[in-house]
Design a protein around this ligand. Structure first.
Ligand code: AHR
Length: 334
């Protein structure tokens, strides 16, 4: 724990000024005891999507001074080297805890060994990491990305039968997120398994959209120029979906429940639910970004000497054009 030196200094200055101004002994009220803040260094991978912005806000809100934390925040701008640098800075500054939202699963062994050698507990949030020594992090909290992917493909299978399309070729345009991120790996895995077990399903193309709207737009726009046919978009996040929709609009293609292309998207942020309710997106699979309170609880558990669960999965749901209401939108905090 770190004393807030700033507060002590300002208290001393106040006392000196008071004594000087009234020229008599200072008889001050007893000050409330100095509050110890828990210093947390948080390395956020970037600000690539609406989901990420909601996730950052959730962390800032939960790890606030009012809640007993002194948060050092670093935005790595989608570069793992920046995350290494941030972690090394946190170690040097002697924080109490490090929280890492990793861009990709691999490459963390050395830098987390340094944190461990410095005696700093590390909490992983959102995507997972693959390390030789599991003791390099205390706990992980995030989504079950494989379950999300399976939810999506099961919904597609059901939708195809409801629409009596079982005998049609299903050509899937797959827009992938950042290579090596858990959300990309496992959502892709669920799709690949489903394609392998459905003889009429195939991948029209795989496009690298980096989880951003700009990339989603560009790769779909360029793909449409090839003239390849497809009737489903499986997009690994909402922002890439928004970019894809813009490219489809420009090309005069129709999508959504009444259009020619079924759109499946992940995250279910407010803007995506609006599109779903408006009949422009068929399925939104939820990925919950509100991890701040969960991370704060994990830290409190550690402070109390408890051993938290190694993996903490959050509950998530899904929304389709058949299963969405105004209430879902009004209840959405992000
Ligand atoms: O790791 C979670 C994913 O990262 C979200 O689906 C995406 O929007 C974000 O960029």
């Amino acid at each position: 724990m770190k004393q807030t030196i700033k507060n002590i200094a300002s208290l001393l200055v106040t006392c000196t000024l008071l004594a000087a101004s009234c020229g008599c002994a200072v008889k001050s009220e007893p000050e409330p005891p100095e509050k110890d803040l828990i210093v947390v260094g948080f390395s956020q991978l970037g600000s690539e999507s609406d989901w990420r912005i909601a996730n950052t806000q959730s962390m800032l809100d939960a790890l606030s001074e009012e809640n007993g934390f002194d948060l050092l925040f670093d935005n790595a701008k989608q570069k793992q080297e920046n995350q290494f640098l941030a972690i090394r800075n946190f170690i040097q500054q002697g924080v109490d805890y490090i929280v890492l939202a990793p861009i990709a699963e691999t490459g963390w062994d050395s830098v987390l060994q340094e944190a461990k050698d410095a005696g700093l507990p590390v909490i992983i949030v959102d995507r997972q990491i693959q390390v030789e020594d599991e003791s390099l992090y205390v706990s992980w909290v995030g989504s079950d990305f494989l379950k999300e992917g399976r939810t999506a493909v099961q919904w597609l299978e059901n939708e195809i039968s409801l629409k009596r399309m079982q005998n049609e070729n299903i050509r899937i345009l797959h827009i992938q997120g950042t290579d090596g991120a858990t959300a990309q790996i496992l959502r892709t895995h669920a799709l690949n398994s489903a394609v392998a077990s459905h003889p009429l399903w195939s991948i029209a193309a795989r496009l690298q959209g980096e989880f951003t709207e700009a990339c989603g737009y560009e790769v779909v726009r360029d793909f449409l120029e090839t003239g390849e046919s497809f009737n489903v978009i499986y997009s690994e996040n909402d922002n890439m979906t928004f970019g894809a929709m813009q490219a489809l609009d420009e090309a005069g293609l129709t999508y959504g429940p009444d259009g020619d292309i079924i759109i499946i998207t992940f995250d279910a942020v407010h803007a995506a639910l609006e599109e779903c309710l408006a009949g422009n997106i068929n399925l939104c699979v939820e990925c919950n970004p509100m991890h701040g309170p969960r991370v704060a609880n994990l830290i409190r558990q550690l402070e109390a000497g408890e051993t938290p669960e190694k993996l903490v999965y959050v509950d998530e749901t899904w929304f389709s054009y058949r299963r969405i209401s105004e209430t879902d939108l009004s209840e959405r905090p992000y």
